[in-house]
Structures are given as C-alpha cells and as structure tokens.
Design a protein around this ligand. Structure first.
Ligand code: GLN
Length: 237
C-alpha cells in the first residue's frame, strides 16, 4: 500500500505490553509525524476485534498465561491473519513474536498453538535469558546493528519459510546464534528496550514498507547516543 496516512494497530495492551513495548507505537507515530505522515493509532483490547484495515500491527511481550490467552483470542478473531494476507506490516516482540509461530511453550512448557503466521516454533528453554542483545541484521534489510534487551524463557527454532532478523553477537535471542525472524513484512524479535527506540532504522524500515517511498532523514543524535552507550557496554572495545 502507498499512502501518507497510516493506521497503526496496537494489539492487546491489556495482555501484551511489557518492558515499555508501547514505546514502539510512540516511535512510529513520532517518526511518521516528522515526515508529515499522519497516523491513526487504535489500541485493541483483548475483548475487541482486530480491525483488518491497519497498515502496521504491533504486539509486545507478555507473561506466559496472558500470552496463551492472546494466542487463543487472536486465532479466534482472525483479523490479524486477514491483515497479513492483505500485506500489512507486523512487528511483534517476545511473547508477541513467539505467538506468530506455529507453536510456543506454555507456563508448564506444554505446547500451545500459535497463529502460524511465521514458519517457526518456540519451546521452553532450560534457563531464562535476561540481558542485552546485539546483533548483525540480515543485510537484505539494510539496517545497522540491533541493540535491545531480552527477558524470556522461550527458545525458537526457525523453519525454511522465514529468515533470521539478525545474527547475535551478544545475548541469546532464538537460542541458536540468531535473533528474531521475518517473512515479507511480518517481523518478530526478542528485543525489548523498546526495540524501535533503540533501533530507529528498523522503525523507518517498517514505515517505508507502508508508504512505499524513501523517507527524509531526521536528526537521530539522541537515539544515536543511546545506541552508542548500549553497544559500548556489551561489545568488546
Ligand atoms: N512468556 C514468554 C517467555 O518467557 C515471553 C516473555 C516475554 O514476552 N518477555 O519466553
């Protein structure tokens, strides 16, 4: 779709929004506004239906039980599936990322059916992964090194239908040296932080996919300083 008015859908803030993940919504709104792009943001609670006419759908992280409930409700609702069929952009974090796959691990490690929007499955790892992530993004996406914060028990195995978002330099991510996954315009990551605050180029990638054109450069010196500080903390000098 090519449009200079975009609709952002923030899915289930009552179930999926940990570690400031709502900041991803704010970053998209702000970076769009600085380019003169209007945004309408809809917060969809878990007892409401997911609109199918969104341009960008965002989901955050969540505890195990809210994550299971979110997966059940999104499967029954079907709105996100239809939006993805229409080519909408999805950016999902941690629990939101895991539930895009075919399966994820519940609070006792039991397999729970995901949405099947990405070819990947998650299970429960031996120990919780908590800390910084840094990684080299798939060169096809043209985004510089990612920085984020992870806190999850799950590990994720990617199938042939998706590509890893990044190769990890620091942190666990999917648990096999990769972090996140994407297919088309559907992207998932373990990065909180919030992810788009720390990685403005990733935010602009999502916006470019929607508006279908290059975006004017904006002053990213504050985000740049944050990135430098975070990366200098975890990467060898
Ligand atoms: N409950 C999931 C896990 O522990 C996701 C956690 C999260 O979203 N931070 O793997």
């Amino acid at each position: 779709m090519s449009s200079d008015r975009i609709k952002i859908v923030w899915i289930y803030p009552d179930l999926l929004s940990t570690y400031g993940d709502q900041g991803n919504v704010i970053v998209l709104e702000r970076r769009a506004a600085l380019r003169g792009i209007f945004t309408d943001t809809v917060h969809v609670r878990s007892d409401e239906s997911v609109p199918v006419d969104g341009d960008i759908y965002l989901m955050g992280g969540g505890e195990d039980r809210p994550q299971i409930l979110a997966a059940q409700r999104l499967r029954n609702d079907g709105g996100l599936h239809r939006a993805v069929e229409y080519g909408s952009v999805v950016f999902a974090v941690c629990a939101g990322y895991q539930l895009l796959g075919t399966e994820f691990g519940g609070e006792e490690g039991q397999p729970v059916a995901g949405l099947g929007l990405l070819d990947m499955r998650s299970g429960r790892g031996q120990k919780r992964s908590v800390g910084e992530i840094a990684g080299d993004v798939d060169p096809a996406l043209g985004v510089p090194m990612i920085t984020g914060f992870e806190n999850h028990q799950g590990i994720t195995r990617l199938g042939p239908g998706v590509r890893p978002l990044a190769k990890t330099r620091v942190g666990v991510g999917n648990g096999d040296g990769t972090e996140g996954a994407y297919r088309g315009h559907v992207v998932g990551t373990y990065m909180h932080g919030p992810a788009l605050v720390r990685n403005p180029a990733l935010a602009d990638l999502l916006l470019r996919w929607v508006v279908g054109r290059e975006l004017e450069r904006i002053d990213d010196s504050w985000a740049g300083r944050l990135r430098e500080e975070r990366l200098a903390t975890v990467l060898p000098a």
